[in-house]
Design a binder for this molecule. Structure first.
Ligand SMILES: Nc1ncnc2c1ncn2[C@@H]1O[C@H](COP(=O)(O)OP(=O)(O)OP(=O)(O)O)[C@@H](O)[C@H]1O
Ligand SMILES: [Mg+2]
Length: 257
């Protein structure tokens, strides 16, 4: 398998948009198959990719795990490790197998009270196993830093932290970097990217940070229009300044690879 890429940052900075357009760039460059993982419970990544999860009858891993545990389906299957028991259900009910260059997996957060460790642990094991089938795994994170404690991914090549124009955003970058080290998530590179609201006047401040700054994502009003209309960002015209800037940022660090 190839690399695991994690996109993180504060709320609303453009993480899911970046994840979608980075995937599109890799896919269009022939770097495939990709596994796109939404670890945000609001499932906006699927919409941006044009996937209707309900119509496809796909649920998040957390939803399926809690169904299994609630229905006690597992008690009928003795003699196997918990992960072996649940994996066939998970595969069928969660993995969206795209017809193009990517598959999609929603992680979700609905754990049953008093039973957190099995889901997160199983998820880690399953992700590692499934990841072997893909060229890269790209994980879109929810806002904030709490999700890092779940350690869904333990070995990451590139982290992209998307910034908005606020001190909190620079603080978030430092904190999530520190937490990843504290919870033993290995990563090779930790990059800062100016989100679509990040002004050129803050480039200097971004360069002073202890992480490499890769430049800004350009704004494109069509992104909001597409989101409102429920249209996939994979259909955004090729000349969209946002798509072009995401491409340029990715190329700076050696993609497509
Ligand atoms: N490049 C862009 N140009 C114009 N608007 C954008 C751009 N990127 C994002 N937006 C706007 O910001 C909104 C949030 O973007 P997105 O969902 O990618 O952010 P996020 O960081 O994933 O948010 P969350 O923290 O809620 O997951 C979009 O619905 C869109 O309206
Ligand atoms: Mg998002």
């Amino acid at each position: 398998m190839g690399d695991t890429i994690v996109v993180t940052g504060r709320g609303g900075t453009g993480k899911s948009t970046f994840t979608t357009l980075l995937s599109r760039f890799l896919g269009e460059s022939g770097v495939e198959p990709l596994l796109l993982v939404d670890s945000d419970p609001d499932e906006s990544l699927a919409e941006m990719l044009g996937i209707d999860l309900a119509a496809e009858r796909k649920k998040s891993i957390a939803d399926v795990l809690s169904d299994i545990l609630e229905e006690r389906r597992m008690t009928r299957m003795t003699g196997m490790t918990p992960t072996d028991k649940i994996e066939p259900f998970l595969f069928q009910e969660t993995l969206y197998e795209g017809r193009g260059y990517f598959d999609f997996l929603g992680v979700g957060t609905k754990w049953i009270a008093g039973c957190y460790c099995l889901p997160d642990r199983s998820l880690g094991i399953i992700m590692e196993k499934w990841a072997e089938n893909y060229r890269h795994v790209i994980v879109d994170s929810p806002a904030g830093v709490e999700h890092l404690n779940r350690r869904i991914t333990k070995k990451v090549s590139d982290v992209f932290n998307i910034l908005d124009p606020s001190k909190k955003s620079f603080d978030n970058a430092k904190r999530s970097h520190r937490i990843m080290q504290e919870v033993d998530i290995e990563f090779d590179n930790y990059y800062l990217v100016g989100g679509y609201r990040f002004p050129a006047s803050l480039d200097g401040e971004a360069r002073k940070q202890p992480f490499e700054y890769l430049g800004r994502i350009a704004a494109d009003p069509r992104i909001t229009e597409y989101n409102l209309a429920g249209r996939s960002l994979l259909d955004l015209p090729d000349d969209s300044p946002t798509y072009q800037s995401v491409k340029a940022i990715a190329m700076k660090v050696g993609y497509p690879r």
